[in-house]
Design a protein around this ligand. Structure first.
Ligand code: ATP
Ligand code: MG
Length: 217
């Protein structure tokens, strides 16, 4: 059975597609089979990125497929060890479908209240619709690098009742140009940036394993 990870948000541009690419790259680099289901049929961010990656012949090869519906994406999921659903920019009916299907729902967020608040509103609305709080996790993305602000953001999310993943991905032009060149966040030319992204990816994996072990117990 595949681990299914869903990337959703209330606000657009928070880092869903970037995190989807990071996760699948880490799974594949760790010798697991993985695929991104690109459910953003308009932008197809991950699909185009996979094209750039293939063009540059970057290893490992990463599979991305565009799907018109969550249902058709899920029909493929069992063939992989990990399957990442990359959602549309804003919250929609699709968001709930992704959340229902996912073992772990990840909401990337910046660290200001402007970003945190809509994320929490989305998480609360998912909970009202039956998604367990333990299956929702926030990832701090495009942070400014201020430890004080990061700690304040973590406290805000913990207070709201949600898990905050370890690590934070700061804003960096090096991450942007890595994406432009078909690379994932752990594949920049800077070891310290790769490490930061790797901490976040590992935290997603740890969380999903922890949840699946709880289910077995
Ligand atoms: N840490 C970062 N530093 C700099 N740029 C970043 C970083 N993370 C993501 N970006 C850039 O920010 C933009 C938005 O990121 P991304 O496409 O991952 O967000 P998204 O949530 O999938 O957006 P959408 O809601 O439009 O689908 C992209 O141009 C991406 O390359
Ligand atoms: Mg996207």
């Amino acid at each position: 059975m595949a681990y299914i990870i869903g990337m959703v948000s209330q606000k657009g541009g928070v880092g869903k597609s970037t995190l989807a690419r990071l996760m699948v790259r880490e799974f594949v680099a760790g010798e697991m089979t993985a695929k991104i289901a690109d459910l953003d049929t308009q932008q197809q961010t991950c699909t185009y990125w996979a094209g750039r990656r293939a063009e540059e012949q970057i290893a490992p090869e990463i599979q991305v497929q565009s799907f018109a519906s969550v249902k058709s994406a899920l029909s493929e999921a069992a063939r992989f060890d990990a399957f990442v659903l990359d959602g549309k920019p804003n919250a929609s009916d699709q968001t709930l479908e992704i959340a229902k299907a996912a073992d772990l729902v990840v909401i990337p967020t910046g660290q200001t209240v402007d970003d945190l608040h809509p994320g929490v509103v989305l998480a609360h609305s998912l909970r009202k619709k039956g998604i367990g709080a333990e299956r929702i996790a926030f990832a701090l993305f495009k942070t400014t690098g201020s430890d004080r602000e990061t700690e304040a953001a973590k406290a805000y999310l913990a207070e709201a009742g949600y898990c905050v993943l370890e690590g934070a991905v700061p804003v960096s032009t090096a991450y942007g140009s890595a994406s432009d060149g078909g690379k994932a966040l752990t594949e920049t030319s800077f070891r310290s940036l790769n490490k930061k992204a790797s901490v976040l990816a590992q935290s997603v994996i740890d969380r999903i394993v922890e949840l699946s072990e709880r289910e077995v117990a």
